[in-house]
Design a protein around this ligand. Structure first.
Ligand code: DAH
Length: 314
């Protein structure tokens, strides 16, 4: 097409040369030659323009039929991570207690024996200390074996009323399918005037129902902890068999979820709270334990092996 344009409309085309030399023609011929010449030039230009449009349309049609893009194909997703099951469960527990007006507080993982044991009514010669398989950092300093020391630190910082939970890492020299050297707990502490065991039970029932389902029941069994009196272990009715008895609850219908009790007056002594005015309750719940029951995880070590095939399921 370009060759045809040069041939018929280029600078050396016959028509163009003719029109350029029109002044050399006899005067009476000039108007007619100019008129016809311009008509021919317009016709040629029009033909070229028409042909250019046809070629462009052809090219577009061909491109559309060979370079097809299927805009309905799904895109490639960027891999997006999510919170670890322990973190998710911790936040769920926090949200439940925040909903009941509690404040979330934290304390150090490297802790003194004073806060981890002494001020929790567990003196050096107390038999409960040996149960804890403590990691020692140096004389008098340990990796906390429980989140309970945050109770003492919270009470030192404020006067009652106290409504706090303290989530975090805890450490014990222990390792099998139900024990790992590092695990997580959430501690709870309430101190106010007129707090009773009924408040503890109601609170834990509210927690158990929010966490494990509206039909859950809670029962308290007598137990011992150095820092509470009386102390209880708390069971929730089995969410698999609804209390009828199954493999998960070992035919009992109940699953142990946490330890709790009424704050021992001796603990108040360490923080200068008057036990004649104030009473309180405390509880400690294992985060992995809650996650295992809720999601049917049967080996605690799975939480810390970082196998994505496990972690991605939650
Ligand atoms: N600290 C206990 C443990 O690690 C759990 C516990 C029991 C916490 C009773 C409490 C409590 O606050 O009142 O086994």
């Amino acid at each position: 097409m370009e060759a045809a344009r040069v041939r018929f409309l280029g600078r050396k085309a016959e028509l163009v040369l003719l029109l350029r030399t029109i002044s050399e023609l006899p005067v009476e011929e000039r108007p007619e030659v100019g008129r016809v010449g311009n008509l021919v030039r317009k016709a040629l230009e029009g033909a070229l323009e028409t042909r250019r449009g046809e070629l462009e349309d052809q090219e577009l049609a061909q491109g559309l039929s060979t370079d097809q893009i299927d805009v309905s194909l799904p895109g490639r997703r960027s891999p997006v991570g999510h919170l670890h099951l322990v973190a998710q469960t911790q936040r769920e527990i926090e949200d439940i207690f925040i909903g009941m007006g509690y404040e979330v507080v934290t304390g150090p993982e490297v802790e003194t024996e004073y806060y981890n044991f002494e001020a929790l009514n567990t003196p050096a010669d107390h038999p409960a200390r040996s149960l804890h398989d403590t990691f020692f950092v140096r004389e008098g300093v340990v990796l906390r074996t429980q989140t309970s020391p945050v109770q003492v630190r919270s009470m030192e910082k404020q006067r009652p009323p106290v409504y706090v939970i303290a989530p975090g890492k805890t450490y014990r020299r222990d390792s099998d399918a139900t024990h790992t050297p590092m695990f997580h707990q959430v501690e709870g502490l309430v101190v106010d005037e007129g707090i009773t065991l009924a408040h503890l039970k109601g609170t834990l029932e509210t927690f158990a129902r929010a966490m494990f389902g509206a039909d859950r029941k809670v029962r308290l069994r007598p137990h011992f902890f150095p820092f509470t009196e009386p102390s209880v272990e708390v069971d929730v009715s089995c969410m698999v068999c609804d209390g009828a008895g199954c493999r998960l609850c070992k035919r009992s219908g109940w699953l142990e979820i946490l330890g709790a009790g009424m704050v021992d007056p001796n603990v108040f002594g360490f923080v200068d709270y008057d036990p004649e005015i104030y009473t309180g309750f405390a509880f400690g719940v294992g985060i992995e334990r809650v996650a295992m029951l809720k999601h049917g995880v049967n080996d605690l070590r799975l939480f810390f092996e970082n196998d994505l095939r496990f972690l991605r399921q939650f």
